[in-house]
Design a protein around this ligand. Structure first.
Ligand code: DGL
Length: 277
């Protein structure tokens, strides 16, 4: 970060293990139109979801250091696995910056959407294993029951750009059929992984219509907006933002091709700068 600390004109740094966090970036750009962003996807080391917590903390720290060195006024951990494992450490290390992870905002969205307090969270193996969602949801609603579903195959499908079709539907049924039937079934399904919003159509069709399907992108954007305002770091409304910068640790062409699906607008390989972290 800059030697004099965060300043409103600096961009917001956002990172993920790859392109999935672009769903969060999209929500941030929509909610904070005056802000500039620099997004880092650690594509060289994706997936984080099957790695040990110790490795994920190390990778996340390196991503945060790379963004902070470029001068950012806030850090958004747009990766559930990284936020689950490393938010505490990064918030402590970058105490002068607002550091926001997607877990707490996602938990808030799920608690808001559930009447019964029975909530299912579909996420990577690492996120489920770490228990961060159980902790965040029960902090907000102590009587909640949380069922974690490890859904790492969805990450591979989304990375492949397979967001619809019989294979995606079959995987959705395989993961979800046993969870949403019978008495005591959850009434909310939280997408606890950045890659899953692009699969929302298939997920929606695999669960009963009465079950709320929620993700953390919009609530994360609200949390960032609130923190910037509280710390006097928001840019004045109407200020034109600089174009978003995209950094990746490997594969600019693939980042652009698959990332376009997550971002919802075209990206070219030339828009992506390869970096070492
Ligand atoms: N970004 C990760 C997450 O949200 C999913 C992809 C991965 O496993 O790295 O948990």
């Amino acid at each position: 970060m800059s030697p004099s600390g965060p300043r409103p004109e600096l961009p917001i740094g956002v990172f993920d293990s790859g392109v999935g966090g672009l769903t969060v970036l999209r929500a941030l750009e929509a909610a904070l139109p005056a802000e500039s962003f620099v997004y880092l996807g650690d594509t060289a080391r994706l997936p984080y979801g099957t790695k040990s917590a110790a490795s994920v903390v190390r990778y996340a720290s390196q991503c945060a250091t790379a963004l902070a060195a470029r001068g950012v006024k806030a850090l958004v951990i747009a990766c559930n696995t990284a936020a689950s494992a490393a938010l505490g450490e990064l918030a402590q290390r970058y105490a002068e910056l607002p550091v926001v992870g997607v877990v707490e905002p996602g938990a808030r969205a799920a608690v808001g959407a559930s009447r019964s307090g029975r909530i299912a969270v579909i996420a990577t193996e690492g996120t489920v294993r770490g228990g961060a969602y159980v902790a965040a949801i029960t902090r907000l609603r102590p009587d909640a029951t949380v069922r974690g579903i490890g859904g790492s195959v969805f990450v591979a499908l989304a990375e492949e750009g397979w967001t619809e079709g019989p294979i995606v539907e079959a995987v959705a049924h395989r993961y979800l059929d046993g969870v949403f039937h019978g008495a005591g079934a959850p009434d909310a399904l939280l997408l606890g992984c950045t890659h899953f919003p692009v699969l929302a159509g298939a997920l929606r069709r695999a669960i009963p219509p009465t079950v709320a399907l929620v993700d953390s992108a919009a609530t994360t954007a609200q949390a960032v907006a609130a923190l910037l305002a509280a710390r006097g770091l928001a840019r004045a409304p109407g200020t034109p933002p600089a174009p978003t910068r995209f950094l990746a640790t490997d594969g600019a062409e693939r980042f652009a091709r698959v990332g376009s699906i997550f971002l919802g607008r075209p990206l070219a390989a030339a828009d992506v700068e390869l970096v070492d972290v």
